[in-house]
Design a protein around this ligand. Sequence first.
Ligand code: ADP
Ligand code: MG
Length: 140
Amino acid sequence: MAVTRTFSIIKPDATRRNLTGAVTKMLEEAGLRVVASKRIHMTREQAEGFYAVHKERPFFGELVDFMISGPVVVQVLEGEDAVKRNRDVMGATNPADAAEGTIRKTYAESIEANSVHGSDSDENAAIEIAFFFNEDEIVG
Ligand code: ADP
Ligand code: MG
């Protein structure tokens, strides 16, 4: 299995509860390495651009409001089969459906305030990483 990269966001519900370290620990214990990380407060324009794929969905406006409601931590994660590895440790979108031991089962508040984002494909990982990071900010 090749070492690849994925993109992660620790969402405002988690930063508000001071869970940045706890979430990162679960990512690291899942075999992912944080090769870039920064705490930012997204602008509305950034959040709308990042989630443009969801703009027709009924929850789009609330999702954007939530994502700019507080700081987030954007990260690049590296590991074997990083996209799938991260999705596995994140758990299902709705914490009610998430497996035991996953980040969302452990920490998410709701289907919206679900603590973490993770890319869903290698192609989207590359797009999402480039949305927030320059290559010289990523140190493997
Ligand atoms: P995932 O984050 O698991 O890839 P999606 O890409 O389908 O899930 O959705 C993006 C984000 O939109 C979710 O993580 C969650 O914050 C929010 N979301 C998804 N579905 C709903 C919903 N039915 N109601 C409110 N927010 C939602
Ligand atoms: Mg998604």
